[in-house]
Design a protein around this ligand. Structure first.
Ligand SMILES: O=C(O)CCC(=O)C(=O)O
Length: 248
């Protein structure tokens, strides 16, 4: 694959509205954002039925190649309410880090606290301004409850210069996120987070689309058949998102 520089955005950041700026400020401070109406009813129906066909009835917990699974997941790739916020936070040079789906079956225990990457953090970043920058976007397809397991986060922990504790101890200022289908929860990959135990009788399903700057290494290798086709036929933005620039 050659590197088509024509797909590189002309500007790193666009002007943003005062209300979007408030969301960016909230995200930078607390490390998460809840986006209402992130999916239309139609998109939610399509994604949920694709999830059931591909993963729900199968004997597996994850797919790490969500976009490869079914075209009904394509709407998650460049979903305007999410991409608009990702660009306002990360800038216009966006690339997909990974697209995953996870099903937490009845009886699954609490996840341990974790961050999504191994890189160290300093609250101020480096003098040059770099921080590990990877933002996850979780679309829960089932309403999160105390029974099926909320998303548990520790707001502000994305800048903590230490790793999360082992296990799933309770923090006094942790937050339980009871997301509803159609919402999206955007969170900094370095935020301490974990999924709660599922003590209900039904599956708990989530799609996780993770974004980063296009100059970072991704987890997706972007060479599977559907991804290649989507990239070849896609807009410059989609080409960049799907790894159109392979090396510098
Ligand atoms: O299941 C959840 O709510 C969070 C999933 C998660 O953090 C992960 O898969 O790394």
């Amino acid at each position: 694959m050659s590197n088509p520089t024509s797909i590189v955005p002309k500007r790193l950041l666009d002007e943003i509205s005062p209300s979007l700026q408030r969301e960016v400020d909230f995200f930078l401070k607390w490390g998460y954002l809840i986006v209402d109406n992130a999916l239309t009813e139609r998109q939610l129906r399509d994604v949920t039925s694709a999830f059931e066909d591909c993963i729900g009835n199968k004997d597996r917990e994850f797919t790490h190649q969500l976009i490869e699974e079914d075209e009904r997941f394509d709407c998650l790739l460049e979903n305007p309410p999410i991409i608009q916020r990702m660009k306002a936070i990360l800038g216009n040079c966006l690339q997909l880090h990974s697209a995953t789906a996870r099903v937490t079956r009845p009886g699954a225990p609490d996840q341990p606290w974790h961050r999504d990457g191994p890189w160290p953090v300093s609250p101020e970043g480096t003098p040059f301004g770099s921080l590990p920058g990877q933002i996850n976007c979780a679309y829960y397809l089932d309403e999160l409850t105390a029974e099926n397991g909320p998303l548990v986060i520790l707001p502000g922990s994305q800048r903590a210069p230490f790793h999360p504790p082992a296990g799933h101890v309770e923090f006094g200022d942790q937050k339980l996120v009871f997301a509803t289908p159609g919402q999206a929860v955007i969170f900094d990959g370095w935020l301490f987070h974990r999924g709660g135990a599922n003590v209900s009788k039904t599956d708990r399903r989530v799609c996780l689309l993770c974004y980063q700057n296009a100059w970072m290494k991704s987890r997706e290798n972007f060479d599977s058949p559907r991804i290649k086709k989507l990239r070849e036929e896609g807009s410059p933005e989609r080409q960049l998102l799907l790894g159109g620039i392979t090396s510098w």
